[in-house]
Design a binder for this molecule. Structure first.
Ligand code: PLI
Length: 459
């Protein structure tokens, strides 16, 4: 057999399997209608290949599962917390850590601690839960990502970078005293999983600190970002992932983390900071909203799984396979001419629904329709990341993001390359029949984070 490239494969073997249910297109049409054409409202047992999210959907290792049996379920002072604290200090380079039940718990605490009515919070593109907590705390989010991030076709190595001029313009307009912090997302989810360079983060820090503004990292997928720095940024090719990660976080004042991504767990998160007074406030608040400061809404076993997951996430072979697997799916789609966000990002391949369903106006939710159509076509579940996810501003007007995307998110260590072949085949087949597609109308809309529970009907 002749190979066109050197083969590579999963850096693990399979010990336990979970059977998948195969269904027919007619069955899935009924289920899609019952779910209001919202993939969040499907039952997972009706899904064949689930690419809804990489959040909490990871396969844990035998090392993590073994750690679960070592859960110390004491109310206070669990040994699993201290082990987590050690690993956060060692790898993320922050002095203090407060565990939370997941990432949005951490976002809630930091937003409440630092944001007051009338504040502005810049960030390199919004993330749904992050912005929601910033707004609930009285802040106004301001997008300061580079313009190119809003264009799916421009290829840049660090398309998640902050535009320093936009950040400076905001400081000039509202004053540094009205900006408690800037959120820097590492591999920017809504931009397609695009990374931030070390040089950009340093420039952000210098400008922020000059004006008394803190830099808070969304370190949810920071290991993917570290890998891109190693591969793409001058001077980092010979540095290890732990070295890059440590240095990267070291340029920030704190971080919120959803442990459900990089850290290979099914639940968990934390907020970590260097400032002693801020830590004191977070530690005090966590007891109201999450749980005691040594468990923050988690079981001891969950903290142990997270701690062991941190040790695994920084291994070169793990992060390299992760990124290459996503790239593998992206390459197949590019080769077939399917418009996707370029370059392929760290955690997902994003279909450009504006280009694929170019006959459906944004007001008829083309990405929502494409995600529903893909499910009906082949049982593959994806997620809308466009106008529905963007929601409404304070006056009730719909945000109209330039990117109207469908995200095919790859859970870690769950699917094989054969599954991804099936996904690529399905997307390509759907793409070839794209002109038959119809838009949707919104028939039910919840108040917060509408994409989770909104319902639609076909036009
Ligand atoms: O889902 P949580 O509450 O553990 O984490 C919230 C969260 C914060 N930041 C970022 C960049 C995320 O991607 C994120 C959650 N993401 C989800 C659920 C996703 O499907 O992408």
């Amino acid at each position: 057999m002749a190979f066109t490239r050197k083969p590579w494969a999963e850096p693990y073997k399979i010990k336990v399997v979970e059977p998948l249910k195969m269904t027919t297109e007619e069955y899935r049409e009924i289920k899609a209608k019952e779910a209001g054409f919202n993939t969040f409202l499907l039952r997972s047992e009706d899904v064949y290949i689930d690419l809804l999210t990489d959040s909490g959907t990871n396969a844990m290792s035998d090392y993590q599962w073994a750690g679960m049996m070592l859960g110390d379920e004491s109310y206070a002072g669990s040994k699993n917390f201290y082990y987590l604290e050690d690993n956060v200090r060692k790898h993320y380079n922050y002095k203090h850590v407060v565990p939370t039940h997941q990432g949005r718990g951490a976002e809630h605490l930091i937003s409440r601690a630092l944001i007051r009515d009338g504040h502005y919070v810049p960030g390199n593109m919004y993330f749904t839960t992050t912005r929601a907590h910033q707004e609930l705390a009285g802040g106004t989010f301001v997008d300061v990502i580079v313009d190119e991030a809003h264009d799916s076709q421009i290829e840049l190595p660090f398309k998640g970078n902050v535009d320093i001029k936009k950040f400076q313009a905001l400081i000039d307009r509202v004053g540094g005293h009205n900006i408690p912090y800037i959120t820097v997302g590492a591999t920017v989810n809504m931009a397609g999983g695009q990374p931030v360079s070390m040089a950009n983060l340093i420039a952000v820090k210098e400008l922020a600190h000059k004006h008394g503004i803190k830099v808070i990292l969304d370190a949810t997928r920071v290991t993917e970002n570290a890998y891109y720095i190693q591969q793409r940024e001058e001077g980092y090719a010979n540095k290890s992932i732990p070295e890059i990660l440590y240095e990267f976080c070291g340029h920030t004042d704190g971080a919120t983390v959803s442990g459900k991504k990089d850290v290979y767990t099914n639940i968990g998160g934390f907020v970590a900071v260097n400032d002693d007074d801020l830590f004191d406030e977070l530690r005090n608040m966590v007891v109201i909203y999450e749980g005691l400061h040594t468990y923050g809404g988690l079981a001891g076993r969950d903290m142990e799984a997270m701690s062991r997951g941190i040790e695994e996430m920084v291994r070169q072979e793990n992060i390299e396979f992760r990124i290459k697997q996503v790239q593998y799916l992206g390459d197949m789609l590019v080769e077939a001419g399917v418009p996707i966000v370029r370059p392929v990002g760290g955690h997902a391949v994003f279909l450009d629904a504006k280009k694929i369903y170019d006959h459906i106006p944004q007001e008829q939710y083309p990405a929502q329709a494409l995600a529903a159509d893909l499910y009906i076509h082949s049982g593959v579940r994806a997620m809308e990341r466009g106008i529905v996810s963007a929601g409404r501003d304070k006056d009730g007007n719909e945000y109209k993001p330039k990117l109207e995307l469908v995200r095919l998110t790859i859970p870690r260590r769950v699917y094989t390359q054969s599954h991804l072949d099936v996904v690529a085949y399905s997307v390509i087949d759907l793409y070839q029949h794209r002109h038959e597609a119809k838009g949707l109308k919104l028939v039910y809309e919840p108040k917060f984070l509408r994409f989770f529970q909104a319902r639609f009907e076909r036009l």
